[in-house]
Design a protein around this ligand. Structure first.
Ligand SMILES: [Zn+2]
Length: 337
């Protein structure tokens, strides 16, 4: 069964799908088998078109993403789940940010350099990087280099005028670095066959929480790099930010709401938005033991931490007095849930 062309021509359906964000597509996909298939096909196309901007051999690149558990995150991932924001963004994303597990970047990097015509621009190992106290215009100040990232490799394509950052995590999960981002609107990732939004209720309402990690240690004000990033999302992408969700969630017992920074979350919980976009049978055959263990989803368990939320918890308003953040991003574990 296919979407009926008696109602609308198929290309009109496609145009409609193009404008829908992830929750809207999900709602549509559960209305009928035909919409379920059509939405998955559309997401698959949307993913291929995204990769097509950067590489010529999309299928091979996707296989390498699958084999290496590399995911796409950052502003391109946000744009993927929210293609037609209203009002429209005034700052468009340009670069592609790939996140790789520790020491799993070699195949992707070789493909980009040897087959796709990219050139190596920069290779930053964590230990070699000085802190960025007030240097706000370097794009790499967007990343928290201190604890979650082993290295950042930047490649660019002169003809395509495209640049790709490969951000290599310091753990066996590519997601460790993603939960160290400045705020929740960018805590989204696209794997080879699925997409996950960690805080959809806030993100799709143009809201975001500033991660408590920004106030780690003795810091009481946001660093320049975080201010710069947040301003980009506030002024260029119309997000409203808060340091806790009380204003939107009301009085609550911390740790009980999906949007509360104290809550232990996992990527299979109902607080995330998750969709696959290719049937499992189409996944590449890989006979290695490690590959057989893999599932469609790169998973994580996390708690962003910080202080307890303000409403109902006045005595704990100050940052640093609450629970410490932790991020356990373990693909294999979440798969068994
Ligand atoms: Zn709370």
């Amino acid at each position: 069964m296919e979407l009926s062309e008696d109602i609308l021509p198929i290309d009109v359906w496609d145009r409609i799908f193009e404008s829908l964000n992830l929750p809207e597509l999900h709602r549509l996909s559960v209305t009928s088998r035909a919409f379920y298939v059509a939405v998955r096909n559309h997401l698959n196309l949307r993913f291929r078109l995204l990769l097509k901007e950067y590489v010529s051999d999309v299928s091979e690149f996707r296989c390498l993403m699958w084999n290496s558990e590399v995911v796409i995150s950052g502003s391109r991932a946000l744009q993927f789940v929210m293609p037609t924001p209203s009002p429209a963004w005034t700052i468009q994303p340009a670069d592609l940010d790939l996140y790789a597990p520790l020491d799993q970047e070699d195949e992707i990097l070789a493909q980009l350099l040897d087959e796709e015509g990219y050139r190596l621009d920069r290779w930053l190992d964590n230990l070699s990087i000085p802190p960025f106290p007030n240097k706000i215009h370097d794009e790499h100040t967007m990343y928290n280099m201190s604890q979650d990232i082993a290295r950042i490799i930047t490649v660019s394509h002169p003809k395509r005028q495209k640049s790709i950052d490969i951000i290599v995590s310091d753990s066996s999960s590519p997601l460790t670095a993603i939960f160290a981002f400045h705020s929740t609107p960018v805590m989204n990732w696209i794997s080879a066959y699925s997409v996950t939004v960690a805080y959809p209720l806030m993100t799709f309402n143009g809201r975001g929480l500033i991660s408590a990690l920004n106030f780690a240690g003795s810091a009481t004000v946001l660093s320049h790099r975080v201010q710069y990033a947040l301003l980009k999302y506030r002024d260029g992408r119309h997000f409203t930010f808060a340091t806790d969700p009380s204003e939107w969630e009301g009085v609550h017992a911390c740790g009980t709401r999906h949007n509360c920074l104290q809550t232990i979350r996992h990527s299979n919980d109902v607080g995330t938005a998750f969709m696959t976009f290719s049937p499992r049978r189409r996944m590449p055959k890989d006979t290695s033991r490690r590959a057989r263990r893999r599932d469609v989803k790169v998973g994580a368990i996390w708690r962003l931490g910080g202080s307890l939320c303000a409403l109902g918890n006045d005595s704990n308003r100050q940052y640093g007095k609450g629970m410490q953040p932790f991020r356990v991003a373990v693909s294999d574990l979440t798969r068994r849930w």
